[in-house]
Design a protein around this ligand. Structure first.
Ligand SMILES: [Fe+2]
Length: 155
């Protein structure tokens, strides 16, 4: 396994509670994948890899909804980054359905997703954060709460 620190850092926080919670969950998923690989846990591995990819895709859509509501001017570009991510992430899921070494694949997913997530959260997400923070402060706190509940249910 490639040695890489892919743990959550408080420096990744955007100051948007909803998003920060989801980002933390994604890092927990990364840890779960790492543990399943280490333990050669065949039962868990597929579950956590799928969970991680699905959660990441849903989370990105959620971000887009917030960016849209906040009228973030960089939405189009950000959406493209998410699209590219989704395409690549889905190729891993497709491969999971075939006859592959699940542990090797899980390691590839962990590295790809971990590196993408860290770079994305540190750079791209920081750009929209002020817009969404401002928007959530003034409008729609109830919508935000509803989304939050939805996510907690599916997490
Ligand atoms: Fe994003």
């Amino acid at each position: 396994m490639i040695k890489m620190d892919m743990s959550w850092s408080d420096g990744y926080e955007l100051g948007i509670e909803l998003i920060d919670q989801q980002h933390r969950r994604l890092f927990t998923y990364l840890e779960e994948v790492e543990i399943a690989i280490k333990n050669r846990d065949a039962e868990t591995i597929e579950l956590v890899v799928r969970g991680l990819v699905e959660y990441a895709i849903t989370h990105n859509s959620f971000e887009e909804t917030l960016m849209e509501q906040a009228q973030y001017p960089g939405l189009k570009e950000h959406r493209l980054l998410h699209e590219k991510f989704k395409k690549r992430a889905n190729t891993y899921i497709k491969r999971l359905e075939g006859n592959v070494d699940r542990f090797k694949l899980a390691e590839q997913v962990r590295v790809f997703l971990g590196l993408w997530l860290i770079s994305h959260v540190k750079n791209d997400d920081q750009d929209y954060a002020p817009y969404v923070r401002k928007h959530l402060k003034h409008k729609h706190p109830l919508i935000a709460t509803a989304f939050n509940k939805l996510f907690r249910r599916s997490a």
